[in-house]
Design a protein. Sequence first.
Lengths: 150, 511
Amino acid sequence: MNADHHVILRVVSKGLIPIIILFAFYVQFHGDFGPGGGFQAGVIIAVAVILYALVFGVPAAMRAVPPAFTRSLAAIGVMIYAGVGFWAMLQGGNYLEYQALFHEPPGEHHGQHIGIMVIEIGVLFGVSGAMLTIFYAFAGRVAEIRDEDW
Amino acid sequence: MIEALYTAAPAWAIQHAAPLLVMVPLFLAPMLALVPSGRIAWLISIIGTTISFLFALILLYLVQTSPVGVVDYEIGRWPVPIGIEYRVDALNAMILLVVTSIGLLASVFSWPTVAAEIRKEKRPFFYSAFMVCFAGLNGVTITGDAFNLFVFLEISSISTYVLVSLGAGRDRRALPAAFNYLIMGTIGASFYIIGIGFLYAATGTLNMGDIASKLPELAGNRSVLAGFAFILVGLGLKAAMWPLHQWLPDAYSYSPSFVTMFLSATATKVALYALIRFLFTVFQPQFAFEQTAFGMLLMPLGIAAMVVCSFQAVFQTDVRRTLAYSSVAQVGYMILGVSLGTTAGLSAGLFHLLNHAMMKGALFMAVAGVVLSYQGTTIRDFAGLGRSAPWTMTAFAIAALSLIGVPLTAGFQSKLQLGFALFDQGLWWAVALVVFSSFLAVIYMGRILEAVFFKPPLNPRKARKEAPVILLVPLWILALANIYFGIAAKFPLDLARSAAAAAFGGEAFLK
């Protein structure tokens, strides 16, 4: 484990993975003002876990982020998205009408802001969960190649 | 009955009926993926389909009582050409009723067959995929936005591929069937979206009503023509229009029996609805290129489907394959009705669509019952079942007679309407071919019925094994509906007629 030639990969990726996830959150929350948003951020978060799986092995990744968790994450993401629609409906607006979320008069934008933010969080959950579920489904099928066989 | 439901419904349910019809199942679908037990997932799926069914009834009532015959709903209150609009008129109200009622019956009967055919840990996901598919089909039907239609088409198709592939537990050939369907379905969806791209390039809008209002001044525009061709092929592929039906027989014969029943009664119908919507309300039938498409393309293809695929059905040894080929032939009848380009022809096609959902639903449900008790689906396996499972097989026989078009059944009524519509146009030879194709139906259904009722069972010790009651009740509801609507055809015929009128009322579809 220690004295193999992957040591540089391991060390570098250990440093990179937190930064990747941090960058994902930057993309997520900067999506309000520039390019970005839940889809891209979700993919980047999934990439962090996939990098971990590539360097440390799929079983280790599955221990850290279990497949049952990624599946649930994807499902919860969709429910958050649809839930915002129902929330707007409960407040007396149309489906997904952000303006109705806080009963604001036209010109005030808190509902618009919060609404799209919550929806993008739903997208983040959905996309990262679905990406990882797909990755596990593919990676889990093939036999593990032992390190010496490389 | 519908009126009582309407008066009992709270105000919010009436105001938001259109989005709730789609969004309640779409919200329940991810929830089902989190449920640990298949049985609970089954119960939730029944709740979801019931809610959608009630909303479909409310929408039907709203459309029928509305002065303009249209219910529209702006998602997020974005005004129309910009935002996505849900728009229900008599045409989609009828299709919504078909999809939700079949979905309800299908989800009620599903548990015994799912428990027998799907592995335990996959059952909640199976129901989740079913719910996504159900929501997607409703979404395709309800939306008034051409791009939104594509999104829902993909939602329903992708979950359908999953559902078909889950038949691998019973027969590994489900996997190539699902893959084949995936490739063909994706090609169909890409063609559709390319067509929408061309229309968007020409008109600058994605709202169907808005596109329709801008098309007349673009007569002769090449991108409109290309868009029309792409949409016709794409949706034709999804609707299993001959000769683009190659994915269908495999997908229907190897998927889990519940999936076959649900898809045969809804999926191709919804794609055909989308095709009708584009042919009659987005593009108008009086456009010269559309007249050409009707006469030179759709009519020959519809006739070829009903003759060729009926022949193919005669030579099948597997009951589900026979019924699958027969489905393509029945789509041929509907396309033939549509291709006349007249109100009578379209209403005959829609009427047949309605009846075909009832009879194929009943037939595949009975087959699901047989698979449950006896495993096999070849015609030899069906021998002697009339004695060992009389209730299942009597319902099967009623639906088979309806499929053939015997008087006093629903199938007869719609073929009669189709015949009238063809005679109106002086196409007596097409009537002769419809009758000929019905004779072929007598042969292929007759082979099965002969085995069922007149042949001794393969294994004489075959015990008397009826399908469970939970399967028999929805089965008999469908079978009796076949007889009831064969005698009192007023309700479905009125539905189909007003749907055809709504499809033609291009102006009524606009604001």
